[in-house]
Write a protein that binds this ligand. Structure first.
Ligand code: PHB
Length: 375
């Protein structure tokens, strides 16, 4: 007997920017650090991993560097070389052939990097020369986690080049066969560094006032819209996150204003990290900030917050969100929507295999069907 409920909020289809999402169970962008070296190139194993998860309402790719300067961790994939475009094409073909949909998450890490990872051993760049205290990265398989050093503040004349990196990344994502893109403006990476007052002390038109802090992120989003069209572009924000040493003095004001701009741009969706990466929120009161964003942003709203299926159902039913992204449960359960639909037990994740390595802890988590066959 099936446990399926035809009115299950997680299984009501949703049309978003011309894509019909068959369910509300989305796969979060998840760094897995398994691209081929040298060159940070997506490979057949990566294609298998994404294909296994094609039943997601929508897959958001792992964060993908738009340029060599945008790289912050060893083994993360890029979208700035022809080999990377060809590698991602294998991924999008695999997902599409399994009936799925996938957006690419466009990433520039800003100050969360290291000279060892930067072209010519350069200093990483940021809005201001402020070291993110306690932030770590890894630079090689044997380095372990290392401290992120003080970055160099970008010159005003370099902003056009940053926008150009995103425009080229967006164009390359199109060549690689994605269904759309998500601009990563959360979790302490470059655009979040511009948005938040703690990391942006600039005195030119890209910092200081609220409107100035929003300027570069909005220029980037407009450039990506110019490539893809507004209904294929989503944005991820993390208004209250403290991961990567982030702080904003007034997240209600900052993210209320940003969300209003995004609403007026008419983008496909806004994805909000409602707690923070790995749950370490600190600044402001999330529910108040979320409410402020919801008041001004009328488009499709995706919630991310380590929710259970039951919490996700409730939040959708209460109109708090339209869709929910799931991270760690999707790592361990390639058939997560099916398990939610059946109220079936979940595989547990193994956090020792999140970053780097091979098939183990990546493509070898069993589906329900495989568990039953082998029982
Ligand atoms: C990470 O690689 O640790 C990472 C990447 C992107 C995020 C958060 C964490 O948004």
């Amino acid at each position: 007997m099936s446990n399926q409920n035809p009115n299950d909020p997680l299984f009501q289809p949703l049309n978003m920017g011309g894509l019909t999402l068959p369910n509300r169970v989305l796969m979060s962008p998840l760094t897995r650090s398994r691209s081929s070296q040298p060159g940070d190139i997506p490979n057949d194993m990566n294609a298998r991993y994404y294909q296994q998860r094609a039943s997601a309402g929508l897959i958001l790719s792992e964060a993908t560097q738009i340029s060599p300067q945008g790289k912050g961790y060893a083994f993360t994939p890029g979208i700035h070389s022809q080999d990377q475009i060809d590698g991602w094409k294998k991924v999008t073909d695999a997902v599409h052939s399994a009936g799925g949909r996938i957006h690419m998450q466009l990433w520039h890490v800003g100050r969360i990097s290291h000279p060892e990872l930067q072209p010519d051993g350069n200093q990483p760049v940021a809005p201001s020369a402020i070291k993110p205290e306690g932030a770590k990265t890894f630079i090689s398989a044997d380095s372990g986690m290392v401290d992120v050093p003080e970055p160099r503040a970008l010159e005003t004349h370099e902003m056009a080049g940053i926008v150009e990196q995103y425009r080229q990344g967006a164009l390359n994502a199109q060549k690689a066969g994605f269904d759309g893109v998500e601009v990563h403006a959360a979790n302490g990476y470059l655009l979040d560094q511009f948005l938040k007052s703690g990391s942006n002390h600039r005195t030119d038109e890209y910092g200081g006032s609220l409107e100035n802090r929003l300027r570069l992120p909005l220029m980037v989003i407009q450039a990506v819209i110019d490539v893809w069209g507004k209904d294929k572009v989503g944005v991820r924000i993390g208004p209250t996150g403290s991961f990567n040493a982030m702080h904003d003095d007034n997240p209600i004001e900052t993210f209320g204003a940003f969300a209003k701009h995004l609403n007026d741009l008419g983008i496909a969706y806004l994805e909000v990290v409602e707690d923070s990466f790995q749950g370490n929120h600190a600044n402001g009161r999330p529910e108040e900030v979320i409410a402020a964003i919801r008041t001004v942003y009328k488009g499709t709203y995706i919630a991310n917050g380590a929710y259970t299926a039951e919490e996700a159902r409730r939040r959708i039913s209460e109109g708090r969100c339209d869709l929910v992204t799931f991270g760690r449960p999707f790592i361990a359960n390639p058939d997560l929507p099916e398990r939610f639909r059946e109220n079936a037990p979940l595989n547990e994740w193994d956090d020792s295999t999140f970053y780097g390595g091979g098939e183990h802890g990546y493509t070898d988590y069993p589906t329900l069907e495989e568990l039953e066959t082998n029982a």
